[in-house]
Ligand binder design. Structure first.
Ligand code: RIB
Ligand code: CA
Length: 310
């Protein structure tokens, strides 16, 4: 029986804690081939996101994966980071050695466009950060919706409260204008919002089981979790970005509904709010995840990263 060849993917990240785990998952899933990582200002500034990404890839022995730096801030609004959640270095306090790998010369939006042209109809873009890079890529190349196979976005809060304001999820909140450009486009979008990501969590008890293991994936998850479990003193945190990666590999992990997605770009407190509008196919219809098979995700995550957490 011929095995399906892996899907080429680009990860768009603001490497923080859950981005780091998502990068590890994408590198270890046989269903995916990471052909590049683009970085953007979000959890941390773009320079820190780029450096964190290169160090995580190096830890995973994937230092040859091209990393393309992107937007250093939102399209219009000032950048708002999430260092309080991810720790001063964005990796939960984990210090990793620098990567000897080379940087690519292309700017992230150009890198996305070039890769979409080279892998026409096959490339899946997995957006795990504010959508500034994708919005610029769309403005530069209006044909992008025809070139990309799929875009999986960790973003939005459709039937639940936000996590940065009562209304908005962080990735959308940081750059609502970019999210609006993306949502109004004809890109084939799947939104993996807080509606499902808050149901997949890494717990203190699972962390205790991973501590002491010496393989790179265990060292990564135990290290990036220190800020959460020792400084923030929480008992669990959500695996937002890893779920989006898992859905790119195994789409039926989530139950989705078709809808037009409307982004609040106002100047008031509800900025960044995301709404589903059942348009019956009139406007740009996308898919919004509202259900998730938690057990299957945990099994996939634990198996790929060789973690004793099931
Ligand atoms: O709201 C969660 C999202 O915001 C995740 O992508 C996390 O890394 C932060 O970027
Ligand atoms: Ca992220």
């Amino acid at each position: 029986m011929t095995s399906k060849s892996p899907t080429p993917v680009i990860l768009d990240v603001d490497t923080g804690v859950d981005d780091a785990l998502a990068i590890a998952l994408a590198c270890r899933l046989a269903e995916l081939e990471v052909i590049g990582v683009t970085t953007v200002a979000g959890n941390v500034d773009q320079q820190r996101a780029t450096e964190n990404t290169r160090r995580v890839l190096h830890l995973l022995d994937a230092g040859d994966v091209p990393v393309a730096p992107g937007m250093t801030g939102p399209l219009i609004r000032p950048h708002r980071d999430a260092l309080a959640y991810h720790g001063p270095n964005g990796l939960g306090g984990l210090e990793l050695p620098p990567s000897p790998g080379r940087m690519v010369g292309a700017h992230a939006p150009e890198f996305i466009i070039q890769a979409a042209q080279e892998h026409e109809g096959e490339l899946v873009l997995i957006c795990l950060a504010p959508l500034s890079n994708l919005a610029v890529a769309l403005l530069l190349e209006p044909e992008l919706p025809r070139l990309l196979k799929r875009v999986v976005i960790m973003g939005g809060a459709f039937t639940v409260a936000g996590n940065i304001t009562p209304w908005a999820e962080f990735n959308i909140f940081v750059d609502p204008e970019a999210a609006a450009i993306v949502a109004r486009s004809q890109l084939p979008l799947t939104f993996i919002g807080l509606d499902v990501t808050t149901r997949v969590r890494f717990t203190r008890e699972q962390w205790e089981r991973c501590r002491g293991l010496d393989h790179p994936e265990a060292r990564l998850i135990t290290g990036v979790s220190v800020w959460a479990f020792e400084h923030r003193q929480v008992d669990a945190y959500a695996l937002h970005d890893p779920l989006a990666v898992a859905v790119a590999a195994v789409p039926d992990l989530v139950g989705v509904e078709p809808a037009e997605v409307v982004i609040d770009t106002g100047l008031w407190s509800t900025a960044g709010q995301t709404k589903m509008v059942r348009s019956g196919g009139q406007a740009s219809e996308h898919l919004v995840a509202l259900e998730v098979d938690v057990e299957r995700f945990v099994a996939l995550f634990a198996g790929a990263l060789r973690l004793p957490i099931v």
